[in-house]
Design a protein around this ligand. Sequence first.
Ligand code: GTP
Ligand code: MG
Length: 582
Amino acid sequence: MAVPGVGLLTRLHLCAQRRTRVQRPILRLLSCPGTVAEDLRRDEQPSGSVETGFEDKIPRKRFSEMQNERREQAQRTVLIRCPEKISEKKFLKYLSQHGPINNHFFYESFGLYAVVEFCRKESVGSLQNGTRTPSMAMETAIPFRSRFLSLKLKNQTSEQSCIQSSDQLPPSNRKLFEILCYAESIDDQLNTLLKEFQLTEENTKLRYLTCSLIEDIAAAYFPDCVVRPFGSSVNTFGKLGCDLDMFLDLDETRNLSTHKTSGNFLTEFQVKNVPSERIATQKILSVIGECLDHFGPGCVGVQKILNARCPLVRFSHQASGFQCDLTTNNRIALTSSELLYIYGTLDSRVRALVFGIRCWARAHSLTSSIPGAWITNFSLTMMVIFFLQRRSPPILPTLDSLKTLADAEDKCIIEGNNCTFVRDLNRIKPSGNTETLELLLKEFFEYFGNFAFNKNSINIRQGREQNKPDSSPLYIQNPFETSLNISKNVSQSQLQKFVDLAQESAWVLQQKDTDRLSVSNNQPWGLAAILLPTVPNRRSFTKKKRKRSANESVRNLLESLKSNRTANFTETNEKRTVSTQT
Ligand code: GTP
Ligand code: MG
């Protein structure tokens, strides 16, 4: 849910020319070899390249390696609110007194901010030691030392800013519509959409930094805690503007008792006991929520949603513009994110297709930022994965086959659920399937437009339909808690809307002539055409379509597309869909 007054990340170019659309800001970052930034630069692919799977033979990082590396980077990083006019050169010189800087960037979010990553962690301490608590004339500052600082100019008038701002948001609807119309193919459209909407390197860094700042606060109570991002921020399916799901990991604190000591005794902490894990979770989150509310710099709108199936603290981190959901005792969700990371990284068509389907669903209000009977992005992603497992030959392996590739290190049981699967991406055999994204998009709509939802369930563990165990309209088996349905909330009418739209989109994409006419008339075609809002009277439109001649259908479609419906094209800033953990 959007929170008023919270801005969105805007990348600022540092006295630099505008980058082309396909460049990612990572190209401007100064980074040491061997860092994540370096890896990402290596992974960079040219826009529009036909991405059919495993072209990139570079070894891929495990999810845990990637998370640890990014976390370590974030711990060496500070967030600084800057004056509006600032000289970048002087700014860097001033901060370099505390040690060498690995990289930095500026962004705007109702003010100018800098993210500065030092090469060494000690530099952060040195900077903090030279930082004072502000004195207020009318109010009293609560003294709290964090890594979120303000930079003040000693001489208010002396600085000339040479920092130019450049938009880091996804393109506006109009712009996106233009880009898609000028693309050369549907494959090109899907790849373009992905490049425009995916999280940038800076946005990802800011997500890890925000978790790290929250971890500092939680560490006041639990010194060994780790706050880990999960969900779309890290599972490769995150769109600019998506929420930041955080997991407060207290395992280190719990496991201290297992440390071996010599002698005849062992010591245990004196602790308070509560009747259940759920109550413990609620108490922990309640206290952390209070702490964020009272002491957390930039944390606003703190809500403690402790009676949800998965208790959480929701708040807005004003400086980063992220809507945050903090949970604990939610390790399975972290494991789901790891599994999706593997699927998203295995074959480059996966992300392009998921982004396309997510944008399509959002454009037609199939998904929403408000909790309700709609399909969630998580469920949609599962549907795409399942569909790709059903191709011949399969594009993605089943979860069961990932389990057979697992070694002893991968063995993982969470709350009695077997969450074992191979974590090393390099051990998974590439798919021999070379289908184009265009074909996959069409067939996705065909497949789910005709799926027997009334009797079958979707199951990525086995990669085949199974009889539904209950009468939920849409049944997508939770991959790890296999007796649960992740789409239990979806109503029959929402499912029907999805099916109708899938059928119609399949039909629109099949109109080859439409593509050609549309390009020459500068009209929406391909992906752009199916992202347009619903044609009125969709159902009669769909029923009649088979009776009409192809030419007549094309003519009518073009007429309807000519009306100025592009303004409502698609929500670019997709916001939170409340996690209904099942
Ligand atoms: P967006 O926030 O919509 O971009 O996608 P997301 O994948 O982050 O979804 P969301 O924030 O709703 O949930 C965060 C994570 O929680 C998901 O990625 C899943 O790992 C997990 N999750 C969400 N909904 C469910 C659910 O219904 N069942 C289960 N088991 N896990 C869920
Ligand atoms: Mg999320």
